[in-house]
Every structure is written in C-alpha cells, then in structure tokens.
Design a protein around this ligand. Structure first.
Ligand SMILES: [Zn+2]
Ligand SMILES: [Zn+2]
Length: 427
C-alpha cells in the first residue's frame, strides 16, 4: 500500500521550525497587549454566506479559492479564507456595539484558500489578524498600521515599506469606476480574460491584476486619489500625516486595491524586498461597509492580516533573531544495570522544579547516551553510574566547560536549580 502524504498545498511545521513560530506568536501577543487588543478564538468554518456576502462574490477568493462544502445537515459551510469577516460576525453576534468603542480584537490560526501553491503560499496557511471596530476616524487606521510595523520591528525585521492607497467609499467610488472603465475601454482587447470579466462588474480589481499585459495597461491608469470625495480625501491625508509623524517610510501606490471588496478608504500593504514576487508581509485597510453587507448595522472597522509563514521566511532571509531552539537543560545518563528507576526519579524531581530534563529509554551504552546529550545540546549531564547509585550521589558534568563534580543527590539538584535561574546566560 502506498503511504499517505499531506495534501498538496499543506505542510507540516516540524519541531525544527515550530519554535520559530512560537517566537512570532509570543511577540505578537505581547505587542497586542501593549496596544490594548484582546485575543478572540473563532470557528475554523463559517456559513458560506458570511464570506460570499462579506468579501464579495466577484473576488478571486470567493470565485475560485474557497473550500466550500455541504455538511451532513445540508448546510453550505466554508473553511475560513480570512479572519476579518468572522471577527465582524462575532462583534455583531455578541452585540459588542453596546460597550465602549472601539473594540480592539486579534486572532490567529489556519486559513484556507485553494490557490496554486508556491514559495511562501499554501492552501492551508496561518495568519495573525488585528481589527479595530466601531470607530470611523483616521486615528484607528494610523494605530493599526503602527501596530503592524511594531510587531515586525520587535521581530527584528528591517527594510520594510508601507505602501498606502485609498479605495474611496460608496459616495466617490462609482465616479472612479466610470473613469476607470473609460480608460480601460481603449485597451480592452489586451486585458486578460479575468480582467475582461471584471470590466463591468468590478473594474477596480483590474488594477490589482498580476498579468504582464494588464500591468502595462494599469501603469498609467487614472489615480483613485484624484477622484476621492472630500471626506475620503481628508481621511487619506490625515492617515498619511499621522504615519509621517511616526517616522514611517511610506510610499503611495494608486494600484493597491487589495483583493477583497469590503475595503473603503485606507488600503495598505507592508512589503519586504526579501520575499520575492509574493512580497507583501501584511495587508489591510478600512472596511466601513462590511458589517452592513453581512446584514448588520453600520460598523466602521480597520485591520490587517499577516501570514506567519511569510513572517518566518522574511526573518530567516534577513537573519533576524528567531529565539533559541529548545534544548534540555539536563540530560540524565546512566550506566545501565538497574539504574533506569533512579534516572526516571531524578528526571522527575528536576522537572517538578521546573528544570527541563531528558533521558534515554533504550538502555543504550553510556557513550551513546553522552553522544545524544551532546547532540541535543544539553547544558549539563547528570551521570548515574554504579558508584553514584550505591553512594546516593550524582555526578554533574558541565558540557561547555568540560568540568564535573560529584555531590549528594539533594545537593546536586539544589545546585542545578540555582543554575536554572542563570539558564539564559549559561546557554
Ligand atoms: Zn469617498
Ligand atoms: Zn488581468
């Protein structure tokens, strides 16, 4: 029988990598605290309507990429392709409008999109996601962008650029659509098939097309910022000024429209030159009409999402500090011959004092055990030979200094425990 492999577009994050993810999550969680965001945990699947109405049914995500299926009760459900719609659904469902505004929430976990897998892009991928709900003003946009930059700064990333645009609002966007349609009409025959079909339904999305021919045409397309209404124009300027005030390196890009229909006003991405073609490490913006499109009242919101795989790839490419690969502080080595119980008991006592300890289960030779201890990068080895067992002592070997010392069991444990408080410097 052929062995079963993971489905195409999915991957296992193995022990050699998962600790890097743990660092990303630690930094994300502490930055969230510092900015006053609360974590929420949401279902992995939702009613399909949440996304088809929320994200928009002319988007690539909804048209081509969703994992949608009918469950055994005959309902259409979809594995979430993103988190914003779910967070808004939760805000509405739990009537968070009643409390003080804004409501600042964050979440993370796997998302699912049926895309062509490539470097840094998977069909199941993990994102962190932050949303500020309930306030319309530019301060929330500035804080969200600042927050995303702060997470990357704390993760040691450099060379990042904020790319900023406005996509207008339902008041000014129809006029811009007409301007765009007039512009694209002349080059219509050169557009790709997808863009031809977008021409009537959603010409803004043509700006976003990665097809070479389309990109050539969109290069000199009229800028949305020339069509903004007074309110959107003032909002855009305020966000720009706010970011400049924080010293952010921003670049304006009129073609940045983001792939989701719910965006209004601010749209932004943070790009890293170290990611290749898929160079956005994060994307987000304002979505003042999302709540209404999923059947709620008017609730303004702004947020961003960032792929954890992309963050880790960028950190690796830039040689950022990833934290330390976990290693046992102590490896317990025995000379065999009935010492297993002693070894298990010593490991138990160390672990109960918060000292990480590991040991051999295979009854291998002392030499083999020492080799494993060294490969595991253990800081100290506790040797339980025949002499130690009969005398009730433990020999503690300092693996980096090469020195060793024999002491009564209790005294040895106490000394190790003291060293643990200096664990970081001892590594
Ligand atoms: Zn507007
Ligand atoms: Zn195209």
């Amino acid at each position: 029988m052929e062995t079963i492999k993971a489905p195409r577009g999915t991957r296992d994050v193995l022990g050699g990598e998962s600790w890097k993810w743990a660092r990303v999550m630690d930094v994300t969680a502490s930055t969230a605290d510092d900015f006053g965001f609360r974590e929420i945990m949401l279902p992995i699947f939702e009613h399909t309507e949440l996304f088809s109405r929320g994200i928009g049914d002319t988007t690539d995500v909804v048209e081509k990429e969703m994992y949608t299926f009918t469950d055994r009760g005959g309902r259409s459900v979809t594995l979430r392709p993103e988190l914003t719609a779910s967070i808004m659904r939760s805000y509405l469902e739990h009537d968070m409008r009643r409390g003080p505004q804004p409501v600042k929430l964050w979440g993370w976990g796997p998302m699912f999109r049926y895309e062509r897998p490539q470097k840094g892009r998977y069909r199941q991928f993990a994102q962190i996601d932050f949303e500020t709900l309930g306030v319309p003003g530019p301060m929330a946009d500035i804080e969200i962008i600042d927050l995303s930059m702060e997470i990357y700064r704390r993760l040691g990333l450099s060379n990042l650029q904020v790319v900023l645009n406005s996509v207008g609002c339902p008041k000014c966007r129809p006029a811009y659509r007409e301007v765009l349609k007039k512009y694209f009409a002349s080059g219509f025959d050169s557009l790709c098939d997808t863009c031809k079909s977008r021409f009537d339904r959603n010409p803004l999305r043509i700006l976003d097309c990665k097809n070479d021919a389309c990109r050539q045409i969109t290069e000199s397309a009229p800028a949305v910022t020339d069509s903004l209404c007074d309110e959107c124009g003032a909002h855009f300027k305020a966000v720009m000024r706010g970011l400049e005030n924080l010293g952010a390196d921003i670049k304006l890009d009129n073609r940045l429209v983001r792939g989701l229909d719910y965006y209004t006003k601010t749209a932004y991405e943070i790009l890293s030159g170290d990611l290749g073609a898929q160079n956005a490490v994060c994307g987000g913006g304002r979505y003042d009409n999302l709540a209404e499109s999923i059947g709620g009242p008017h609730v303004p919101g702004v947020g961003f999402a960032s792929g954890i795989e992309r963050i880790v790839i960028t950190m690796e490419a830039q040689g950022a500090y990833m934290g330390k690969e976990p290693a046992p502080f102590i490896y317990v080595v025995t000379s065999g011959g009935g010492a297993e119980n002693e070894a298990v008991s010593l490991a138990h006592d160390l672990r109960s004092r918060g000292v990480s300890a590991d040991l051999d289960f295979m009854g291998r030779s002392m030499k083999a055990q020492m080799k494993t201890a060294s490969q595991a990068n253990a800081r100290f080895v506790c040797i339980l030979g025949e002499d130690e067992i009969s005398a009730g002592t433990v020999t503690v070997k300092d693996m980096s200094a090469g020195t060793q010392e024999t002491a009564p069991r209790a005294a040895a444990i106490e000394k190790i425990e003291k060293n643990v408080s200096r664990k970081e410097e001892l590594r």
